[in-house]
Ligand binder design. Structure first.
Ligand SMILES: NC(=O)c1ccc[n+]([C@@H]2O[C@H](COP(=O)([O-])OP(=O)(O)OC[C@H]3O[C@@H](n4cnc5c(N)ncnc54)[C@H](OP(=O)(O)O)[C@@H]3O)[C@@H](O)[C@H]2O)c1
Length: 295
């Protein structure tokens, strides 16, 4: 991208939480932002917030539901019909799907898997031609350090390919850690495949951000715990810190041409040993292509 060319950025889940905080930063840098999420009323409120701090912000919203392959394809078609280039794709939307029972997308996949990974896998594939044509370009996948066994406590990831649809058991936290491990494989495998094309693929973890989790809590005690207690803990990250790191991975000149990294607090960090298993990454790539109907 030349200095004078405007940067075009898609942020999935850019309407709330860490995504919105990053959108604020990228809009202030002068990037053209497209917020991609489901609730267009919430997106409109997000746009108003951004324009309040950056009056000249180039920002719009388009509907996207990552839990529907049809919606992902429609989103990509609408974006492309606008004739925009694409310099940065931030695959941020998602999170843990709370509950004792697994839930499933209309496409038949467990919702954590489809929202966090499969929807983004298809989205990235559909945009790879445009990213390559717009190069230098970056794909940033928001993962989580909780994919590293022992990090943050609780049971480690336990990716059982025979249990992807929760036939054997379901644990929301374990399924979340599994999908964030899959995100690491996707990131590294993509980097191996796009190397030399001018497109890079990196993953980042925003850290534990009680502010964004607390905002979504309806239970007053739980809200208080996240917003007033956990947010003050030394291991917590503020929305400001988390979004600084996300914006760093997405646009900082220090990351230009750098791919295949895991970024935490604006620094490279080693991800789990398993995340570097190239055979598993290739297998997951092939399976994801098949599941997304890509041939
Ligand atoms: N918060 C943390 O402590 C933490 C820690 C590590 C990693 N992360 C990761 O950081 C990312 C952002 O987390 P957050 O806490 O900022 O989340 P958040 O506040 O819950 O925001 C989630 C965003 O994703 C959108 N979204 C949710 N489901 C979607 C779907 N099916 N299709 C399209 N958009 C969807 C939401 O908008 P709509 O509801 O309108 O669609 C919203 O804009 C996630 O990937 C999460 O796993 C978070």
């Amino acid at each position: 991208m030349s200095d004078r060319q405007q940067r075009y950025v898609i942020v999935t889940g850019g309407s709330q939480g860490i995504g919105l905080a990053a959108v604020q930063k990228l809009a202030a840098q002068g990037s053209h932002i497209v917020i991609a999420s489901r609730n267009q009323q919430v997106s409109a409120q997000a746009i108003a917030k951004v324009k309040a701090t950056t009056p000249g912000a180039q920002i719009e919203a388009l509907p996207l539901d990552l839990a529907s392959f049809t919606s992902v394809r429609e989103f990509a078609a609408v974006y492309k019909s606008k004739g925009y280039p694409l310099h940065v794709l931030i695959n941020n939307a998602g999170g843990m799907i709370y509950g004792k029972q697994a839930r499933f997308s209309p496409d038949g996949f467990e919702l954590t898997l489809q929202t966090n990974h499969l929807g983004h896998f298809l989205l990235t594939d559909l945009f790879l031609d445009l990213l390559t044509a717009s190069a230098p370009a970056r794909v940033v996948n928001v993962s989580s350090q909780t994919h590293i066994p022992g990090f943050g406590g609780g049971p480690p990831p336990d990716l059982d390919l025979d249990n992807l649809k929760a036939e054997k058991y379901y644990n929301a936290a374990v399924f979340y850690k599994n999908v964030k491990l899959i995100t690491m494989w996707f990131t590294y495998e993509m980097q191996r495949r796009v190397a030399g094309s001018g497109v890079t693929s990196n993953a980042m973890c925003p850290g534990f951000v009680p502010q964004s989790i607390g905002e979504r809590r309806t239970n007053p005690l739980s809200r208080f715990m996240y917003l007033q207690v956990l947010a003050r803990m030394p291991f917590a990250r503020s929305l400001e810190q988390a979004s600084t790191s996300l914006a760093y991975t997405a646009t900082d000149p220090a990351m230009e041409g750098v791919g295949g990294k895991f970024i935490v607090d604006c620094k490279e960090k080693r991800s789990s040993d398993e995340s570097y298993d190239e055979q598993k990454a290739r297998k997951m790539w092939d399976m994801s292509r098949q599941w997304c109907g890509l041939h």
